[in-house]
Ligand binder design. Sequence first.
Ligand SMILES: [Zn+2]
Ligand SMILES: [Zn+2]
Length: 878
Amino acid sequence: MTPPEIPKEYDAAQIETKWMNTWDASMYYFDWADHKRPQYIIDTPPPYPTGNFHIGNALNWCYIDFVARYKRMRGFNVMFPQGWDCHGLPTEVKVEETNKITKNQVPRAEFRKMCEDMTRGNIAKMRNTMLRLGFSNDWSNEFITMEPSYYVKTQRSFLKMYEKDYVYHEEHPVNWCPRCETAIALAEVEYRENKTKLNFLNFSLADGSDSGSEKVSIATTRPELLCACAAVAVNPQDARYGKYVGQELVVPLFGHKVPILADSDVDTSFGTGVVMICTFGDKQDIRWTKTHSLKITKAITRDGKMSADAGKYEGMGISECKAAIIEDLKKEGFLYDQKESDQNVGLCWRCKTPIEILSEMQWFIKVKQDEILSAADKVKWEPEYMKVRLENWTNTMEWDWCISRQRIFATPIPVWYCNKCHKIMIAEDSWLPIDPTHQNPPVPCSCGSSDFHGETDVFDTWMDSSLTALCVSGWDSGKELRFPTQLRPQGHDIIRTWAFYTILRSVAIENKIPWETIMINGMVLGTDGHKMSKSLGNVISPEDVLVEHSADAFRQWGASGGSVGSDIMFRWNEVVSASRFIQKIWNIYRFSLSNMDAFCEKDAAAFDVSKLKQIDRWLLSKLGAAVLEITGLMDSFQFSDAFKSIRQFAWDVLADNYIELVKGRLYGSNADEKEAARYTLYTAVSILSKLLAPFTPFLAEEMYSRIGSGSVHLQSWPEIGAFISKDAESKGELIKEITSAIRSYKSDNKMALNAPLKKIEIYNADVDIGDISNTVTSPVDLIKGDPDFAAVPIEVKPNMGLLGPQFRDKAGKIIGALKSLPPQEAEKMKEAGKITINIGGETIELSADAVEVKKELISNGREIDLLHVGEAVVVIVK
Ligand SMILES: [Zn+2]
Ligand SMILES: [Zn+2]
């Protein structure tokens, strides 16, 4: 049978498209009924459907796909689900921008529909990119959080946590974005350094109300909150102000009286050492308001305007009010100085508007720090040091998790308020999914009234996405619960959110850790080493790479560019070198197949391994060791080193050495020897395709399609440990080195590499000489023991450089006399230390270095050259 024609050039575009359109997606489905194989469920990140599957996503998915494909081959029942985290502000903001509206200008249902439509279109685009990159997603386990089939779970989880007393409804300070008009979580606040003015104000003491009474100076960055000033505080250790504690001050412009309190948290070095406590300038204000039970004044409204409490400033924007108040303070003589000051401002993560702290009625979930920390400790972190980030974050949490948002495109909170008795009605499980904004509870309130208003607040989107681990493992689906999952892959930028909330929820709902292992991937930086951003113009998308290169080349960049946990820079030259490696593998493959004479799986199974030659065993032992090493590296997520090892085997061991050494045998006429080389090549190429399968699935499939049956992605991970042998490796190394020494010898002597030598004898080595002889195209003998040889002097060469200057006109004669000395005699005199010659009766003594004596190696009467390779001696007969 003639082997099928294999094209010289690897046509990645054609081959990748072919497999993308041929692969049966069901080969990647998780089998819920299978209990024999161990499960390996991956709690995949549900990307935000922006329509752009960016390069950072792509890197993370490369890692996930390497693991998923590897684990399948290792016999696991793998689930690599795909979710979409649809809800939330970015989509709402985009819909508002695209349609030039705000959410309140269209009916709720219509706005929601606009968001859903945009999301569906975006999901379709991103799904395409993922397929093009060859990810082995299990599309039978896809979830879309905006669909009722998913958000019913979010609602149910809320009921469960309510029953378990994790949920409460309360007025509490929250981080608030006045532009988005919603509460946001602490994790959604971004901090930025800023310059601001510190304003120095005089407050008068309340008792000596006549003019000229004592004044206390206070420095503040937020004079616009004067109307909400509830107290003034000094440090009890501060000798300057001790006498004032217990007295009252009059607030400038507003005239209300506030107490002067002692509090050891007051920083005596900031401003004047006296602070005003307002509701709520910052978090410290909240702590003080609480410890001193101060009155709360809501100076700022939900849309970022001054409230009625601000008196004549009512309705002004915050910065507008600030300017007006500073003007008035100056006019009235309260402001006596201004200084520049550094400020750390909290911004909304989405729209970068400075956040305010408002006291609002919201829904909260209790953050039980110990529970979270102890669960985090039971999870294996890859890399280990990432755990600290979660621990630090958990330890700094001061407030519970505010889960209600004043938005629209999110999961409805299944709650109503009775208009008669004001009691809260929580939905019952059997009513779900339900949207209280347009559905009433099917039963009346306990007071008998059926007059309700539904909750219009919606859930924080992390309420949906923190359930992924539970949802993919069958929670609330009628299927068997296969919780916890085995792996959570995610970026380090969402440890404080996604990882944190998932642990919180899993422990609260199922009292279990969500995953056995969490694998953290780094971010992708631009080619300039900076974070990719539109404004820097350094954004590269996976599609950009696919224009000139292949998905397999992109994936190799992902494998070899970095390691778990660290940020990686995008480098075009790595993609170029990845493409070259694919062509190199193709050359190896093409050579092997055209010389294997259709050697197949069946032939391999029937082959008698005792026919293998030493260099075959060497290759198979090297391959066995490589497989073992790669397996260990894959188990510990060291993709970069695993791929390096594959590359090294293919390029250095197989292509540069083995193939060169067996060409002669493959082209020769000894059937048994040929068969052994074919078996070895078949085994190497077949295993190579399997090792490559997780990394370059298209190339691997194309290779395997001509040598195996079925998809390479359904094969078992290779195992050829039986061939590992120290002895085979040392013999093979010796063959390799002897061959290479002979080739260097030819090249040093300006011979063509295929020029035959008369004869080669190898002493003191136990090696197969067939492959050496073929490779160096010369007859080779293997001889026991050491060679018998001697160095025989054959020519005397006078040292002209020395003799010329010393003897001038006599030099010619001396040189003639030296040349005519018998070489044996000259050598003897040289050894004795001086050379004596006679010229016309005159005896001249010369030093030993006056001549060189050229020698020739003679073995059994033949002229030879000697090469030493380790213990072995190679005699080249001339
Ligand atoms: Zn905002
Ligand atoms: Zn009622």
